[in-house]
Design a binder for this molecule. Sequence first.
Ligand SMILES: *Cc1c(COP(=O)(O)O)cnc(C)c1O
Length: 486
Amino acid sequence: MNNTQSTELIFELSRPGRRCHRLPACDVPATQSLGDLIPSEHLAAKPPALPEVSEIDLIRHYTNLSARNMSIDTNFYPLGSCTMKYNPKRHERLAALPGFASLHPLQDDATTQGMLELLFDMQNYLAEISGLPAVSLQPAAGAQGELTALFVAAAYFRDKGETHRRKVLVPDSAHGTNPASAALAGFDTVTVKSNAKGLVDIEDLKAKLGNDVAVFMITNPNTLGLFETQIKTITDMLHAVGALVYLDGANMNAILGITRPGDFGADMQHYNVHKTFTGPHGGGGPGSGPIAVRDFLAPYLPAPVVVKDGDRFRLNFDMPKSIGRVRSFFGNVGILFRGYCYIRTLGPDGLREVSEQAVLNANYLRARVAEAFDVPHAGPCMHEFVASARNLLRERKVRAMDICKRLLDYGFHAPTVYFPLVVAEALMMEPTETESKETLDAFADTLIAIKGEDPELVRTAPHTHVITRPDEVKAAKEPVLRWTAS
Ligand SMILES: *Cc1c(COP(=O)(O)O)cnc(C)c1O
């Protein structure tokens, strides 16, 4: 950004008396003064300190700010595990149709039949895709889906009198939300090691199994982008000790229409509708994390669920064993709606094609990146893969984060960095199904070029952005989002 004006906060652009608009002159008699209408103790003594700007300054300010963001609509965004795939604009148009967008969640069922039908169908599609028949659309994010499913598991075991099951097993490659959800649901978390191939170490799992295990949370394909080839053995082992298997299905992008968690032994899963079925996300939302479970777990799902009576749809609150609500109203309906559009547009064959294309793109990019970077685990990969910058750190004192920052100078969003934790200097890349070969090549060529650049240039990147290397902890913990009058 070389336009210095655009880097100023709008309040610094403020000049007394400047206006975007003028109110029309009062055309009714001013018979009453404000003091007659509002008790004087509630009246402000002076006007609020608001910025005073002209319309053109205001428009430039916000337009320039918006152009500082990287987004999937402006840049290639290979953020592994987070899945920043293209969000079809048609879904935005459909979601904005007044018949859907103007609904109020407190309307009577009789007046919301269209939306209820859509949600009912969505429950069925998610059941079909997972092979798990009972669905709750309520959780508003993947992590909340995890927590909800663990509450369901806890309620199930409580009902069976098996409260001694205190442990939740989690592989060391798992997303950080898995152990966090287990802890929040009141379980003790036990880590299971990965083997040299990046898959669950069966011996270590065996050593940790017992009748005190409630749930094994597994991600498949895992966060290294590898399919757990022993998945059926693993789920059988868990069932043999009476435990449940939870699939972290945040990222179903590699397996849609190819295999189903219910078929390989999972008892519960969550979806990230915003990752797998397109919902514009980033910056913490909005998300949608529905869960699907086996029929014996259905009674414990959050109430209400959408049911069909004859040709009418309604919300069923009559679920005496339900864990209760986990979110207001019916979940993040706007994102569920977009996911519904994606599923209906593609159909079963189209969904399978999405996965085949996502896997093909990831393997192509993996092969190109491997020309210059260490890719520690043998391929082929699924929808994503993890490269490592450990050699660069050793040889040139350039870290994975430096490479990510340098990519910004070339107009690429960074891959996911330093995750999963089991790979040193991890760069986790997920190109998604919609990127062209040209884009993948341009990205790979850039990565390879950065490897050969002056290390100092890379260590001090980015050189083309207003915000360079913020304190990420402080930015997350103490965000300054609002101007306050001094
Ligand atoms: C994104 C993600 C989650 C958490 O989903 P949120 O919607 O961000 O809460 C959980 N597990 C994996 C593997 C993920 O990629």
